[in-house]
Ligand binder design. Structure first.
Ligand code: ADP
Length: 285
């Protein structure tokens, strides 16, 4: 487990398999980082992300996949809104994964997911994902143990396939505590704009808090690798959650900036050469 620090920030990046104890990770923002300072940094990152996305879109050599997981009311929808808000919609695709429908159930569990993997140049955001097949399926006993246990290695192989296709893959667990979840669920119930989002299942799943904790710890511990890390995002404060996500995705894309720039420059040179040749030919005609 690597604690990432800097800019007064603190979040955890898991980039190798191992034991995970979520209770050891605070869901609160770090002391010493003010909300205003964080928002200013978030704006800067948004500009940087927009520019990086533009380069990646043009170069068409890589893609980005951000997987968002978390308990009910952890802020997956809010995170999607803020990440997408910073980007050019031309190159972003958001997919939400709910209970598999009849057609999806007739295929292997990764089939519906692979269909939505990003093509080169694109950023894909998954609101829930293939991880539900080792989370809710395990906790609610929707499949026998021998079925879901086998899925950890299938998921790792699947993600390796994506990475081998030049996908920059980041998996986020939005980490809130039980008090924050209760506060958010009750606030939703009161708000006429939000009440529709509620579901009795949210409260039923809350009763399975410890079982979900164990399932998440297993997922992070078994499916973390250097090329497909899990990032545990302290998410009790929405502004800090947004900042961590923006910072980590910018950090993951930044090393490719020069390469993408070079690819675009080379393409630009070829196009100019073609244009010169065409104009010379045209003037002779
Ligand atoms: P959300 O809660 O993400 O805002 P929904 O209310 O549509 O969206 O809930 C989606 C539901 O689908 C969740 O309860 C989730 O656990 C469930 N789900 C997602 N993937 C699977 C799966 N593979 N098997 C069973 N249930 C799933």
């Amino acid at each position: 487990m690597a604690g990432v620090k800097g800019m007064g920030m603190h979040f955890y990046r898991f980039d190798s398999p191992g034991r995970v104890k979520l209770e050891k990770i605070s869901p609160e923002p770090p002391d010493g980082l003010g909300k205003q300072e964080a928002k200013a940094r978030f704006e800067e990152l948004n500009e940087e992300l927009f520019a990086l996305q533009d380069l990646m879109w043009g170069a068409r050599t890589h893609s980005v996949l951000m997987v968002l997981q978390g308990r009910d009311a952890a802020g997956k929808d809010g995170a999607v809104k803020h990440v997408v808000g910073a980007l050019n919609p031309r190159g972003v695709r958001v997919t939400s994964f709910g209970v598999p429908n009849e057609v999806e159930r007739r295929h292997d569990f990764l089939w519906r997911v692979h269909l939505h993997a990003p093509g080169t140049g694109e950023i894909a955001i998954f609101n829930r994902s293939h991880y539900e097949d080792v989370l809710v399926v395990r906790v609610k006993k929707l499949a026998p143990r021998e079925i879901w246990k086998e899925r950890f290695s299938l998921i790792n192989a699947f993600e390796e396939t994506l990475v081998a296709g030049n996908c920059i893959l980041l998996k986020y667990f939005l980490h809130i505590d039980a008090e924050e979840q209760e506060k958010r669920l009750l606030a939703r119930e009161k708000d006429p704009n939000d009440a529709w989002k509620l579901n009795v299942e949210d409260w039923k799943e809350r009763a399975l808090w410890d079982e979900f904790t164990e399932a998440y710890e297993d997922v992070i511990g078994r499916c973390a690798s250097a090329d497909a890390p899990w990032i545990v995002v302290p998410a009790n404060a929405k502004w800090y959650r947004n900042l961590v996500i923006a910072e980590s995705v910018a950090e993951a894309m930044r090393p490719y900036r020069k390469k993408w720039r070079r690819t675009l420059d080379e393409q630009g040179k070829l196009v100019r050469k073609d244009l010169r040749a065409w104009r010379t030919g045209a003037s002779r005609r």
